[in-house]
Design a binder for this molecule. Structure first.
Ligand code: GTP
Length: 303
């Protein structure tokens, strides 16, 4: 949901259709609702509704189509253009949508994306915080998560990984299995990505990152012996997506990646039909081939 031109179709095209950000300006306005079914993890199918934001469509969603639009919603993602000149109108529609959600899907999560953050001049943080406060006030007692996003950097992946994470029913179990796998490989960390979107599905809770790394909107404050970058997950998603796109331009398919740097080794390989796994090892005595063998042996367990 969100006003016309706020960037809904652009983000969908970037994350789910594998198109680069440079093609976003060629997208036309969405007419009524565009539905996508994205097979996400085995039998988990994400049913994505991109609701065209022109006023006439919004009025129709909130009146005649109300029961259809707001029925059985898992997550409502409302996109606000940071540069909008019609914030009051946006907020009015947003409140109406919240009412619709309360009526038909009271358990749905609500994510608010303050989008096109790349257009904001410094200080970005202060601008975002001000907008976030405004949105919190407009949301009343509803529980919301707010993210600043842009299609031109990794922030979009951070927001969407968090969104998708709330929809995965067995995320905690997956995380536990990844932790066991990390211990078996003497790895610092293991991360599971969805194959097409490269969004983070789950991570091991390694000794150096004791809290769930995907906790909403927060960076990891705890002491970290390996100095792991707090935005490493979304940076990896963004970089691998761009790399996959480059591979497809030369008609090659991306399969796996190995990196041996001076203080750590990273192996990215297929785990199951729908996932990729990334294993990070800081122990120099662990051979890359052993990590790859472990991944191969673990495949059957994760399928
Ligand atoms: P409707 O389909 O009418 O509801 O609009 P929409 O919300 O789907 O907007 P759309 O995705 O078509 O984007 C509108 C314009 O915003 C396009 O020209 C995009 O290139 C631009 N845009 C989208 N995301 C960003 C962003 O993060 N930063 C900047 N600068 N521009 C963006």
């Amino acid at each position: 949901m969100g006003a016309s031109g706020s960037g809904k179709t652009s983000m969908r095209s970037l994350i789910f259709s594998n198109n680069p950000a440079s093609l976003a300006s060629r997208l036309g306005a969405t007419i009524d609702v565009e539905q996508n079914h994205v097979r996400f993890l085995g039998d988990l199918i994400l049913n994505l509704w991109d609701c065209g934001g022109q006023d006439s469509f919004m009025d129709s969603y909130l009146s005649t189509q109300r029961a259809t639009i707001f029925q059985q919603v898992g997550v409502m993602i409302y996109v606000f253009d940071i540069e909008t000149r019609e914030m009051n109108k946006d907020l009015e529609y947003y409140r109406d949508c919240l009412d619709g959600l309360r009526q038909f899907s009271p358990d749905a999560s609500v994510f608010l994306l303050v989008h096109k953050m790349d257009l904001v001049r410094e200080p970005k943080v202060a601008t975002f915080d001000k907008k976030k406060k405004e949105l919190q006030e407009a949301s009343g007692d509803a529980t919301i998560s707010v993210f600043g996003t842009s299609i031109y950097d990794e922030s979009l992946y951070r927001a969407w990984s968090n969104i998708v994470h709330t929809l995965i029913p067995n995320a905690t179990i997956l995380s536990r299995h990844l932790t066991t796998f990390a211990e078996a490989c003497s790895a610092t960390e293991v991360i599971l990505f969805e194959r097409t979107t490269f969004l983070v599905i789950a991570t091991s809770s390694s000794s150096s990152t004791t809290s769930m790394p995907l906790s909403l909107g927060t960076d990891e404050p705890e002491v970290d012996p390996h100095q792991l970058d707090p935005i490493r997950y979304e940076r990896t998603s963004e970089l691998i997506k761009a790399f996959k796109h480059s591979c497809s331009r030369v008609r090659e398919e991306f399969h796996s990646l190995e990196m041996e740097l001076y203080d750590f080794t990273a192996v990215l390989d297929e785990m199951t039909r729908n996932t990729y796994v990334m294993v990070i090892v800081h122990d120099p005595t662990i051979e890359t081939a052993a990590v790859k063998l472990n991944i191969r042996l673990a495949r059957r367990k994760f399928e």
